[in-house]
Write a protein that binds this ligand. Structure first.
Ligand code: DX5
Ligand code: ZN
Length: 230
């Protein structure tokens, strides 16, 4: 069965003083959505952007906005982010005591609802939520910073999740985030990922960002063709 593969550049490693130009580069390269890392300095040891900056980003791109909330009590910021124009929101299972309420609320608001898991969080926390989630974000680094090394043992976690989703015929898609680039994209796709977040490999490359996004797309299209012919 063919899966729709989407490339989601993360602006965490972009030049924040020139965001609209940076976003234009990945749009030109054919990005499918734009991944926004929202950090509060509590859930993770770093701070980034909030609803006002997201609202400005909304005005300079037509790409769907995928907000990854690395914040405590994420439900407090969901409505402001929806008003700012995001289309997808993932909340960390470790940060939200009322995941069912949050995921249900996101869906009611017409936003894609995602549940994110840190590398050390087992898939079993998804048991009672996977059926209604639109996507699961598997962290393949410890959240907080761009440019970290991919944790190879996460490939098995992605495979296991893919098996669960397939065996139960759930609709949830798998997003992966951290340490991914042209060199290991095929591996995460083979393990079962569909939405691939890429930060440093795009924005810290020694070649144009649009070119890297083009390569990532080419790799995923090649992978999709191989899978279709099997
Ligand atoms: C890390 C963030 C990621 C980060 C990925 O906490 O969630 O989205 O930007 O960046 P790279 O691809 O550089 O690991
Ligand atoms: Zn992220």
């Amino acid at each position: 069965m063919s899966r729709m593969i989407e490339i989601a550049p993360s602006i965490l490693s972009a030049d924040f003083a020139n965001l609209s130009r940076e976003i234009e580069k990945v749009e030109d390269g054919g990005a499918d959505l734009l991944h926004l890392d929202i950090m509060d300095g509590h859930f993770v040891p770093n701070m980034t952007i909030g609803p006002p900056v997201v609202a400005s980003i909304r005005k300079c791109t037509r790409l769907p906005l995928d907000a990854h909330l690395m914040i405590e009590e994420p439900s407090r910021y969901i409505d402001p982010l929806i008003q700012a124009g995001v289309n997808w929101i993932s909340v960390h299972a470790e940060a939200d005591r009322h995941l069912n309420r949050t995921v249900s609320h996101l869906k009611e608001q017409g936003v894609r609802a995602g549940v994110a898991l840190n590398p050390s969080t087992p898939l079993s926390v998804l048991d009672e939520i996977l059926e209604i989630a639109d996507y699961v974000l598997i962290m393949t680094v410890n959240p907080g910073f761009g440019g970290q090394r991919f944790i190879a043992s996460m490939l098995e976690k992605i495979r296991k999740l893919r098996d669960i989703i397939t065996s139960k015929s759930y609709r949830a898609r798998i997003e992966v985030d951290g340490g991914i680039g042209p060199d290991n994209l095929q591996q995460v796709l083979s393990a079962g990922a569909e939405i691939v977040v890429v930060g440093a490999a795009i924005f810290k490359a020694d070649r144009p960002a649009s070119e890297v996004v083009g390569d990532l797309r080419a790799i995923s299209q090649k992978y999709a063709r191989i899978v279709e012919t099997v």
